[in-house]
Design a protein around this ligand. Sequence first.
Ligand code: GDP
Ligand code: MN
Length: 380
Amino acid sequence: MKLHEYQSKRIFAKYGVPIPNGKVAATSTEAKKIAEDIGGRVVIKSQVLVGGRGKAGGIKLAKNATEAEEIATQILSMEIKGLPVRKVLIDKAVSINKEIYLGITNDRMARKPVLMASSEGGIEIEEVARTSPEKIIKVHIDPLLGLRDYQTRDLASGINLPQKHWRSFAKITHGLWQAYKNSDATLAEINPLVITDEGELIAVDGKMVLDDNSLFRHPDLAEMRDLDIEAAEEIEARKYGLSYIKLDGNIGCLVNGAGLAMTTMDVIKLYGGEPANFLDIGGGAGATKVAAALRIILSEPNIKAVLINIFGGITRVDEVAKGILQSLDEVKPKVPIVARLVGTNAKEGRKILTGANMITAETLTDAAHKAVDAAIGGAK
Ligand code: GDP
Ligand code: MN
């Protein structure tokens, strides 16, 4: 679950990271009021869950409250990378002397969190990693020992931060680490961490991604979920207890089991196709759940073919077949559907589906081949 900038910065602030004085607004009138309260120059920042808002025109400086109102009106009517702006953050403007990058994420290979800093802040870190990877300094944090003081010093010296800022840098880094650890985050990032003209360090931007699997023990964080900005399909899927992640391809996948779902995606790619989603209907899914899953997949406009890969165990193939029939009745798909159904009650399941307009397959290889062919055929 991604948090908005204003939410992330509030969490950082709780752990002692300095952030600009600011508040979030949903209307330009509110924005004006906030700007008046803050006084002086403010920055108006669109709250959408994508990077590069600055470049897209979603971040603007205002000299005073009247200008803040005008700019807020404009930004609140924008769409950034397809996402409508519903909220803006009004922050006291800071005078930027230098922009630094500071972030923590999980390094799966090292099986540890990795703390990263760069003197090249303000631009996306992926960009820095591509063009000048040597400018990203990394230290791994032992989860049992926590972040050690020498590590923050290594980082500060690695990015050539003047010594007078080290104490403040260490405090911010420790705060970020605590925020990351205590929130069960998979990403906590300050980009940029600004050195102001007055020589203060302050977090101007903030980004956090939380581990969905940990939200049960963070009800306060779970509540921050912004349903507005999530793909409608993902919300619908969560309602039915389906694990659904939207991807860029055009072959919809309906599979039981996360491992099988990943394998299915791999095999689709192996034959030159691109999966449109990851979808695990879970063990023991009944007809209603299957019908919901297929409805969600078919509601995607890019879909050119659907691959249903069910390995019946606890999940009964005949139940799945009933669900498929049920949703076919409702949605009348315009794309070819390839079904590979094996395992418990497969025979009964196939019987239920005779007459349904579907391409059948015996093996996963066969099914993936047929789905890729169907998708390419459909694209023509
Ligand atoms: P992003 O583009 O989505 O990463 O949004 P950021 O919050 O990182 O803002 C982008 C850029 O806008 C920053 O790197 C700064 O250069 C600039 N910016 C943001 N806030 C301020 C501010 O208070 N004062 C000034 N002068 N520039 C700002
Ligand atoms: Mn940023």
